[in-house]
Design a protein around this ligand. Sequence first.
Ligand code: PEP
Length: 253
Amino acid sequence: MRKHIVAGNWKLNNTLDQGLALASEIANMVADEVTNGTEVVLGTPYIHLAAVQKLTQKTANIHIAAQDCSTHESGAYTGEVSAAMVASTGAGYVIIGHSERREYHNESDEMLATKINMALKNSLTPIFCCGESLQIRESGTHENYVCQQITESLFHLSANEFKNLVIAYEPIWAIGTGKTASAQQAQDMHKAIRNHIAGKLGNAIADTIPILYGGSCKPTNAQELFAQPDIDGGLIGGASLKSRDFVDIVKSF
Ligand code: PEP
């Protein structure tokens, strides 16, 4: 059975104190209420990583993620944070290629391939985001588009490296819009992604890769989405900022 993962993406929200308060609420609720073995990941701003890691390290099944990492190892790159620095905080995951970074920071497929290499080299699990715009969805080319994103940023990896990935399918038209992909639309894309990986690396690898859905996932729709055979969890934006909603999503499996 594949791992179930619910990852929150706090984006540009929460001061250090606010982030610690939120993490503490989530950790308490997870410890008291979550019995389904789902792995919980908190994707915090860089400044929270070390403190949230310390606060949550004793709670089983909680892990910490950065929301990005640099393409560089070190050097004169003001403002950048390397994968090694992320790993040194105790974080185990890093989100790579979120559509907001692709759009506002012009992150190309090629740049994302380098970030994936940096993450793996530093023993971080990348949560690789892919997804199409509304225009591409309406043109009917969405499956080819998303599979191409995967080819360009991930297919240079060996089977052994690929096994360490998590993929998040996030249709851009569903992120922060309140408009969720239907469970069937999400399942169809997750299946297409898994088939694409199987075509390159075989079913044995494809069947082990967790593929998360992201895009206006809430306690009211998580159960139906997570019931789909190829949906292994969620990447949660807005609802990850409310401890009750986030933990209710974790409990939806
Ligand atoms: C996201 O940004 O990764 C996301 C899924 O956001 P939201 O849940 O707010 O749509």
